[in-house]
Ligand binder design. Sequence first.
Ligand SMILES: Cc1ncc(C[n+]2csc(CCOP(=O)(O)OP(=O)(O)O)c2C)c(N)n1
Length: 278
Amino acid sequence: MSNISPIRNTDIEELERIAKRIRYNIVKMIGLAKSGHPGGSLSATDIIVALYYKIMNHDPKNPNKKDRDIFVLSKGHACPALYAVLAELGYFDKEELWRLRKVGALLQGHPSISIPGVEASTGSLGQGFSVAVGIALGCRLDKLNNWVYVLLGDGECQEGQVWEAAMAAYHYKLDNLIGFVDRNRLQIDGCTEDVMSLGDLKEKFRAFGWDVFEIDGHNFKEIIDTVNRAKSLKNGKPKMIIANTVKGKGVSFMEGNVGFHGKAPNEEQLERALKELS
Ligand SMILES: Cc1ncc(C[n+]2csc(CCOP(=O)(O)OP(=O)(O)O)c2C)c(N)n1
């Protein structure tokens, strides 16, 4: 099991530099593809960067090593963030990013296990969470000493399957499972609270038997400290971290703009966005 060393300021600055580069690559790849989901990729970036650069025990040179920690991107449409991180870490050639969504290319619009480093094929909202619960149960049965992480969207939490999975994780006492909800408060067509109100997500997960934390999902120290706290609670309960985020984070005209849920920037917007992220 990986132990996280105490965070120093330099580490945070380095993570912020990496996240900016990842955001640049997200916007560039979606701009070149002329399709994709920038909003939810940019809101999830810091969580995914913290996991892969600071928290998880994994090895790009040996992606299948048995004791690795496992990450499942349940909100699969945010895969540009995962692809950019996996490419940067060397799971596959970075040039693949610029062929996103092209016919026959490695990187398609939703994650597939045919891609090195991707642990679950996801995209149908709700299913990835169930897969992560199954993986965590499997790891437990195999007596592995690892952690399973899963990232959900808040709109995704409107899926009934999410709550079946939450119930199962509690039932099987999966304290090796740590989830994040990317609480950006927007979904495909508006505010989550207008479309189908989620109410108090913390209390909902708590009522399902989970240990629950709430953080700023763009604050690396909070992300890392909270995962440390979650890991220290070996009490048979799965853990959920509600991460308050901003959809489109990092690009001024995409922030809080539901129009960029699933729309690529045009050429002029791409240029502006890349300038902001340089
Ligand atoms: C089962 C299912 N229904 C509908 C969709 C289409 N869809 C893709 S993303 C999305 C909105 C998801 O909102 P949220 O989980 O909040 O994602 P985020 O805002 O973080 O991008 C929808 C409805 C889907 N992928 N799967």
